[in-house]
Design a protein around this ligand. Sequence first.
Ligand SMILES: C[S@@+](CC[C@H](N)C(=O)[O-])C[C@H]1O[C@@H](n2cnc3c(N)ncnc32)[C@H](O)[C@@H]1O
Length: 275
Amino acid sequence: MNYRHAYHAGNFADVMKHALLLALIRHLQRKSTGFYVLDTHAGCGAYDLAGLEANKTQEWRDGIGRLLDDPPEALKDYLTIIRDLGAPGRYPGSPLIVASQLRAQDQLVCCELHPEDVRILRRLFRDNAQVSVHHRDAYAALRALLPPKEQKRGLVLIDPPFEQPDEFAHLAQAIVESRRRFTTGMVAAWYPIKHRTPVRAFHNQLRDSGLRALLACEFTLRPPLDPGQLNGCGLLIAAPPYGFEKQAEELLGAMRPALDRDGAAETHVSWLVEE
Ligand SMILES: C[S@@+](CC[C@H](N)C(=O)[O-])C[C@H]1O[C@@H](n2cnc3c(N)ncnc32)[C@H](O)[C@@H]1O
């Protein structure tokens, strides 16, 4: 396990993933009944942007660093939460963002495999009885932790590091497995866009799976032609809330001008399979 999210925290990919994640949480909060979030690849929960790793890559400067000073209206909710959780000195990871939004009836379950990250994550939530942290493999955990025992509504966030060559295929299987086990829940799965070919194969695998209501939300910095570069990323949302495609377009459209480095950034929101 070489991947450490501390090098990438707060970059453009985190911004798009976390702004959409927060919007999905807002939908879950519209009803008073409790919701359940499973964060399968949780990371360590919070990242020091002045730390060694973030300093080495400085990726956050082209992500959250471009949005804090002049927040676009559509991103104000996300940026307020990010500030409340420590920006600009610290950038919160997905578990901290979700934990900050839990009401008494809601629950967050996190899985993380890296021994150091899981130790940090456990420390972060040691006094929070609504959050549990598991040191276990994400894909095996899906089978054990879904469906939730108490809540009928919720979200599975799957955010793998893409270190393995077969990660796209595993991700597609995990989306299908999550939806089949937690039929009333949503799934949000992050994927890199380096080159179109693996993304096309991933989309096709999902189209062939029989699942319905699959929405692809994508943000590219440049045409995805160089497989050696993270040219963009996507969040595949299975069973999104009604009307979410418009909201996703608005959120991605609002971040595009600030994140666009070379005048080539694009956003796409499209149904792989409609409801
Ligand atoms: C992209 S990072 C997660 C970032 C986090 N979701 C966020 O948005 O703040 C991926 C994480 O998955 C962890 N990881 C890698 N393989 C795993 C596996 N098989 N099961 C669980 N966690 C894994 C890595 O250690 C890393 O912390």
